[in-house]
Each structure stands twice: as C-alpha cells, then as structure tokens.
Write a protein that binds this ligand. Structure first.
Ligand code: ATP
Ligand code: MG
Ligand code: FE
Length: 352
C-alpha cells in the first residue's frame, strides 16, 4: 500500500510516501520537510496565522516534489494520511483540506492521524523495530509523556508534565540566555562545550514517587544562575550543560521507573528532544544496564515530519480504518481515546 503522508500541525510542512509493499529499509520512498523557522524567527515564536498561510504556499509544491522523488504518479497512491491533531487549528485545516481533497479526487481512502501517535510510531520505521508491549517516552515541543503501549493504537498515559514540555523548557531556557530562536537545538550544541558539574540544577519531582514531570522551575533556576553570573561564553556553555544534564537525568530516572511500573524492558523514545545526543546516550546506558533495549528514530525523524504520518496512517488504513469525506480536525486530542488496531494487526504490517 502506497500512502501519502501530510504533516502541518505547527511550523513544519512535511510530506512523505510510505510503501508497505517494500522492505523496511526501502519503504520510505521519499520525504521532505519544509521548516518555517525563518518566517517566525523575528517574532521569537510561531505566529499561527502566518503558519497557516505558509502551509498553503508550500504544501502542494512539496507534494509534487515528493511524488516525483518517489517516482510515482498521483494515481498510483492507495491512500492519504494527514495530521488531524493536536496542533494549531488553522495549520491543521490546511493539511486536512489538501489531503481530503486529494483522496476524494483519486478515489482512495483518507485517514486523520494523531500527531503524537505519529511521533510514537516513528521508531518502528527503523531496522529491527520493537514490538508492543513497550513504554514510550514522548518528548517534544508541546508534550512530555510516558505512555504504556499495550499494542499499536492502545495507549495508557503513565505520566506527563504538569507545566512546560521538555522541548519547551529547552527553547525557553535558550531564549533567556540570549540564544537565537529556536533555541533548543542551539542550547544542546552549546552544552557540548560546557563543563559538567560547574552548575548543578534540581532533578524536579524525582525525590517522590510518581511519573509526572515539571520543568518550569528549572527554567527559573537557570534564569537566576545566568543573572548572577559573569555572563561569559564559557559560563553560558557551562549553564547549558548543567541544564541539559538536569533534564536528561530527570527523564532517565522517570523512564526507568516507568519500565519498572509497566514490568517491561523496551523503551521507545520519540519527539524532537529525542534527537538530543546526551539523552540518547544516557537512555542507551540505562537500557544496557537493565539488559533491555531503547529504540529511537533517526534524528531527522524525531522532529516533525511527514514520514511518521504516512507510516502511522498506513498501519491504520491497512487495518481497515479510514475517515468519512468531511474535513475535520481535532486541535486538542487525548491519545488514550484512539481506536486500537485489530488485535492481529498489532505488529507493523510492513515488517510482518
Ligand atoms: P508536539 O509534537 O508536542 O506538538 P512540536 O511538534 O513542536 O511539538 P517536535 O517537532 O517534535 O515538537 O520537536 C521540537 C522540539 O524539540 C523543540 O522544542 C526543540 O527545542 C526540541 N529539540 C530539537 N532538537 C533538540 C535537541 N538536540 N536537544 C534538545 N531539544 C531539541
Ligand atoms: Mg516545529
Ligand atoms: Fe511534533
């Protein structure tokens, strides 16, 4: 099954073709991401109306380019998947409108995909994909969640952030130390040059039981440390390192607790912060110590992309699910309300 995937929930326009008829390493026939970072940079954050308009401008050219790279004519597609939520309503509607119209014109089924399910399933596109049950850590710009995955589509929330998401904490902390937008990846880069241990920040909420997170206090600790420092380049890098270590340690501690609680040894990590090198190394180390495994998507599939939407959509379309012809999006959407795939379709069809 050849499925076109469209992602437009925020400030990235992503398009991909996933072909379940091919071997896993060939199945992603083409994918492109157009980032609106430059457009929003002067405002220091995403401006929703500008984001919608830019998706309108970029989406169809990106669909054409992706199909050309995949060597496919539109008529060869078997289905269309799009992000139906959560996200910015205007941005979502652009993707949903284009996806639904294309599906209608081509007379193929369309399916709205939950953006976080897209992130969660992205590691299953890699070699030797994990099979449920596993625990997923979703760490992105808008979410920090620990999820028990009993089978694909059946998600139980184990814990989540009570305030800032991990990616949001990276971005805000970067901003308050004067790094240019979007700061998260820049802060991580700076941290690589920092001296560990010179600044030590709290590991929030690790001193009590539970699987919830809180990252907003950490941001205040950094603000105070930065304000009272010499504000040199070295200090900035050392604070960045202290902050990154605090976030990474906190995430690792809670991941291990979640694995214990779920009685399971496989951890799946997804979302933009999953690209963080120190987080990857730390979780790898933890998994090895436990004799378990941790699975990540390649870094380019951690942040928003169309491939994860094409893949998640393909699994659902192959299980016989699809949407009606209305253009409908769900800006706020709880992943626990999703329909599981049929029990016999628990493993990704592309690898079965
Ligand atoms: P959501 O998926 O919750 O709707 P989003 O789509 O905006 O939010 P993603 O695209 O998954 O989020 O990830 C973007 C986030 O990842 C940003 O907050 C960014 O700072 C963070 N991020 C990206 N790379 C890194 C990195 N190497 N280290 C830490 N954070 C990173
Ligand atoms: Mg983004
Ligand atoms: Fe995302």
């Amino acid at each position: 099954m050849k499925v076109l995937g469209i992602e437009s929930s925020c400030d990235e326009t992503g398009v991909a073709v996933y072909d379940t008829g091919l071997a896993p390493d060939q199945a992603l026939r083409a994918h492109h991401v157009y980032s609106q970072i430059a457009l929003h940079a002067e405002y220091g954050g995403v401006v929703p109306e500008l984001a919608s308009r830019d998706h309108v401008r970029k989406l169809l050219p990106l669909v054409r380019q992706t199909l050309a790279d995949a060597g496919l004519a539109p008529g060869e597609l078997d289905g269309v998947a799009y992000t139906a939520g959560p996200g910015l309503v205007g941005a979502l509607l652009v993707g949903a409108g284009v996806a639904r119209s294309l599906a209608w014109a081509l007379d193929v089924p369309a399916i709205g995909v939950h953006h976080m399910e897209g992130h969660l399933l992205a590691p299953l596109m890699e070699d030797d994909p994990p099979e449920p049950p596993f625990v997923a850590l979703l760490v992105s710009g808008g979410h920090t969640q620990l999820v028990a995955v009993d089978r694909i589509g059946a998600y139980r929330l184990l814990g989540e952030t009570l305030d800032d998401a991990a990616g949001e904490a990276f971005d805000k902390t970067a901003k308050l130390m004067g790094l240019p937008y979007p700061g998260g990846p820049q802060l991580a880069k700076l941290a690589e040059q920092g001296t560990p241990g010179r600044f030590r920040f709290a590991r929030p909420m690790t001193d009590r039981p539970g699987l919830d997170f809180s990252f907003s206090g950490l941001k205040t600790q950094v603000l105070l440390a930065w304000r009272d420092s010499d504000q040199s380049e070295t200090t900035r890098a050392d604070i960045a390192r202290g902050f990154e270590d605090a976030v990474v340690d906190t995430l690792a501690i809670k991941c291990e607790r979640a694995l214990d609680a779920a009685g399971c040894d496989t951890l799946v990590v997804a979302g933009g912060v999953g690209a963080n090198r120190r987080l990857r190394a730390k979780l790898q180390e933890m998994a090895q110590r436990r004799g378990g495994r941790v699975c990540f998507p390649r870094p380019s599939l951690c942040t928003d992309n169309g491939a994860m939407i094409a893949f998640a959509g393909a699994l659902r379309l192959e299980a016989g699910q699809h949407d009606d012809a209305s253009v409908h999006v769900t800006p706020r959407w709880d992943m626990a309300t999703l329909a599981p795939l049929a029990p016999d379709k628990g493993a990704p069809a592309a690898h079965g």
